[in-house]
Design a protein around this ligand. Structure first.
Ligand code: BGP
Length: 460
């Protein structure tokens, strides 16, 4: 039996833009997703946009009963900045009432809400001014964060500032996947820097309010780098991949410092962002209470064969290595490598002062899951159960060695809309009926999760 600690958090994660629906209604203003969908609907799988989600705006009460039924003791979702503060300054009463009711009901049902402030959804009014490229975004975010803490801090005790800040940086400014789909390394670094400062300022606002028992963290996507070989070139590629993708946010969040090495590399390549004098001190003073790590896949890397100087893209520092024989989830194209979760646990213990952390996302997206539906209408997603088991086994090993992990959340609870992928890949414990997004049905993995929670572990 692999058992977990008594207070271990079991739950699932989601986000406002991927679940709420009513994306341009009830007082909400447009985010970059709403506008991009308007501008280029063909980019979205089956032209499903951000209004086409799982209707949590109406369904949250019933969903909370479903969470309770599985025994979940925690749940993470986010606030939509555009719903709470449609113009960035004025509180939307309808949005406030919705979130108040939603969070209180979670709490009343024994499901601890972990509330995140930013999940890829920048307000359009801010994007039009330059978004994260401009310093104004930092103060705009700090104001939004403060407003949210003041409004909901009596109910919500666990807060996080950003979900996967690397995503809006690299998808928006390096690889063309998200709006504004610009390819510009220097801008990407500036966007990253402003994001970090926005995080830090939000933490500062949080501390000022002294919310009773309140804790604040950040959620980072972690794909630990593994080198192709032990050659010095490949090892350097691994080091740089971790520097840009892992240490860049983890170090300031936990240690209060941007890694010296990163500062040097950016300088060498003329990528240094514009900063302000007080920033260093702000970063130093505003570290977090806990970290959430989203783990899906490792990052296999090797040394680049041709490089530009100064660097034009991260591929001038490291390139992907397509390792023969790796296990893969063919629907998402992501490698399955549970062992990395053990490595992450050890890294948190040894390099990040064993700060409390939890697995804030882990899961397996599979397309056309209706194929696996049995006669009773239940999706037999044994592959998902196996995936979770394998990852929990490795996590447990890390915890047994002293890593301070306090919970495990899967992505996700109810199948949800996923950005450009729409509803292509499903992740939920509950299936959403694509012909009627109000309808949900439990999958086999949900039953397995319920049992896991009941036993606080699993037989292995
Ligand atoms: C994470 C995001 C989520 C979610 C998940 C699954 O990176 O935080 O928003 O989408 O990945 O990925 P996808 O939906 O792209 O398959």
């Amino acid at each position: 039996m692999r058992e977990f600690s008594k207070a271990f958090l079991w739950g699932a994660a989601a986000s406002a833009p991927q679940t709420e629906g009513h994306s341009l209604e009830n007082g909400k203003s447009a985010s970059t997703w709403d506008e991009w969908f308007k501008l280029a609907p063909e980019k979205f799988n089956e032209q499903q946009g951000p209004s086409d989600t799982s209707n949590v705006y109406e369904e949250y009460s019933k969903d909370i009963q479903r969470m309770k039924e599985l025994g979940m003791n925690s749940y993470r979702t986010s606030i939509a900045w555009t719903r709470l503060l449609p113009d960035g300054r004025t509180v939307n009463p309808e949005g406030t009432a919705f979130y108040k009711a939603y969070f209180s009901e979670l709490k009343a049902n024994g499901v601890e809400p972990i509330i995140n402030l930013f999940h890829f959804d920048l307000p359009w009014w801010l994007m039009e001014k330059g978004g994260w490229e401009i310093r104004e975004s930092v103060e705009a975010f700090a104001f939004y964060a403060k407003t949210a803490f003041e409004l909901f801090g009596d109910t919500v005790k666990y807060w996080t500032t950003f979900n996967e800040p690397l995503v809006h940086i690299e998808c928006g400014y390096l690889y063309g996947f998200h709006y504004p789909a610009i390819v510009d390394f220097k801008k990407a670094v500036q966007v990253g820097y402003h994001t970090l400062m926005a995080h830090v300022r939000a933490v500062e606002e949080f501390r000022k309010l002294q919310i009773e028992n309140g804790q604040i963290g950040i959620i980072l996507n972690i794909s630990p780098a593994y080198p192709k070989s032990q050659s010095s070139e490949d090892l350097k590629a691994k080091e740089l991949a971790d520097l840009f993708n892992t240490n860049s946010f983890l170090d300031p969040a936990v240690h209060g410092e941007i890694p010296e090495k990163l500062i040097t590399v950016l300088k060498e390549h003329e990528l240094t962002p514009v900063t302000e004098t007080q920033d260093k001190e702000l970063i130093r003073q505003n570290t977090v209470d806990f970290i959430g790590l989203n783990y899906y896949q490792p990052r296999r890397v090797q040394a680049p064969t041709t490089v530009h100087f100064p660097a034009e893209m991260p591929s001038d520092f490291y390139i992907p290595y397509d390792m023969p024989g790796k296990r893969i989830n063919p629907y998402r194209g992501w490698e399955i490598y549970p062992e990395a979760l053990y490595d992450v646990a050890v890294m948190m213990k040894e390099q990040y002062r064993n700060i409390p952390w939890y697995v804030s996302e882990n899961g397996m997206g599979v397309a056309e899951e209706e194929r696996f539906m049995d006669e009773q209408g239940m999706i037999q997603d044994d592959y998902r159960i196996e995936f979770m088991k394998e990852h929990l086994r490795e996590l447990h090993r890390g915890i047994a060695e002293g890593s301070n992990c306090f919970g495990y959340h899967t992505w996700t609870f109810v199948d949800c809309w996923s950005w450009l992928n729409g509803y292509r890949n499903r992740y939920g414990f509950y299936r959403v009926d694509l012909d009627n997004h109000f309808e949900r049905s439990l999958k086999k993995s949900g039953l397995w999760y319920k049992e896991l929670i009941e036993k606080n572990g699993f037989l292995d």
